[in-house]
Design a protein around this ligand. Structure first.
Ligand code: AR6
Ligand code: MG
Length: 305
């Protein structure tokens, strides 16, 4: 049986990584803007769309008890606030849903194959938590939660990689075994290529220079430019300090908050949330995040009897 602390660590890790790295995302304009938007009135660090959409997945699951795409699409749309820093295509899609259009009419409107941004992968760890105990539903659940906003096959595959890495981390599978399993199941050439390099580097245990990580795995907004980067950090820092990993991701820059959200969720799924207590009063709404993780855990307990 998986410990509750791992569910809490996964969800809190996602929110903490997102909030701590948000001020390192993008170029000078984005960073300047976040200096004004990045704190609550009481001085806590605000999280971005990564955590908000993860909360939406959890709340929709806890209300509906199964994957209900219409309910989830409306939950995403109701939570949308421009000040959370959503991706441009995701923002216009969510505003369209809020104005009464269906997600099916919008998710291939801007791009013929849909968005291949990392916005589906960033929330995939929480989809994985919702499926624990009935894991044959995981692929379908992640696919359906992703395609509402990200219909492109690479966005969906990125979400599946992050969800599966989370699931196996919760079960204490060793990093090499997880990466081998992901390599074996990879479909898109970019994921096959980057995953096999990631496996080699994690096996070697060598620290890679930042510029090299950026060239090898990427640090951009596309799923193919950030998901393997997050896996590299999560498994390189698995037995090291959480805060050192966050700092390294901040130093990498680019889409730092989303890379941190994914890596920190997986780190928390491996190590649990005990070492994250120091952030409890520093990050917005962590009590809600912990409460939602606890409620999802109760479902897991019910399932496994
Ligand atoms: N073809 C070309 N460019 C694309 C395509 C495509 N099929 N799909 C996406 N892009 P979006 P997200 C480019 O808007 O994935 C936030 O900070 C295009 O430039 O769907 O939800 C989140 O936290 C598009 O605007 O956003 C993430 O960190 C961009 O990718 C990040 O933004 C992002 O796709 C992405 O979030
Ligand atoms: Mg982000």
């Amino acid at each position: 049986m998986i410990e509750k602390s791992k569910f809490v660590g996964c969800f809190k890790g996602l929110a903490i990584g997102d909030a701590l790295a948000a001020s390192y995302e993008g170029g000078p304009v984005e960073r300047l803007l976040w200096r004004f938007l990045g704190r609550t009135k009481t001085g806590q660090r605000r999280y971005t769309d990564d955590t908000q959409m993860s909360i939406d997945i959890a709340q929709s699951f806890l209300t509906q008890k199964h994957m209900d795409q219409t309910h989830l699409a409306h939950t995403f749309a109701q939570s949308y606030r421009w000040s959370r820093g959503y991706g441009p295509s995701a923002a216009s899609l969510l505003k369209g849903i809020k104005s009464g259009q269906s997600w099916e009419s919008l998710n291939r409107k801007k791009f013929a194959q849909g968005s291949m941004g990392n916005g589906a992968a960033m929330r995939a760890p929480i989809a994985a938590l919702c499926c624990l105990g009935c894991e044959d539903t995981l692929s379908d659940y992640v696919h359906k939660s992703a395609e509402i906003t990200h219909a492109h096959p690479e966005a969906i595959e990125g979400a599946l990689l992050i969800a599966n890495a989370t699931r196996l981390s919760l079960k204490d599978v060793e990093s090499i075994g997880i990466l081998q399993a992901l390599c074996a199941g990879a479909v898109a050439p970019i994921y096959k290529f980057r995953l096999s390099k990631c496996l080699d580097y994690v096996v070697s245990g060598k620290a890679l220079p930042m510029q090299f990580i950026k060239t090898e795995f990427g640090n951009g907004m596309l799923a193919s430019e950030s998901c393997i980067t997050a896996l590299y950090f999560a498994f390189t820092y698995r037995r090291q300090s959480f805060s050192d990993m966050v700092q390294a991701i901040c130093d990498l820059g680019g889409d730092a908050d989303t890379i941190a959200a994914m890596a920190c969720a997986i780190w928390g799924a491996c190590n649990g949330g005990l070492s994250m207590i120091e952030y409890d009063n520093r990050i917005e709404n962590l009590a809600l995040v912990e409460q939602l993780a606890g409620q999802i855990y109760l479902h897991y307990q019910d399932r496994i009897g």
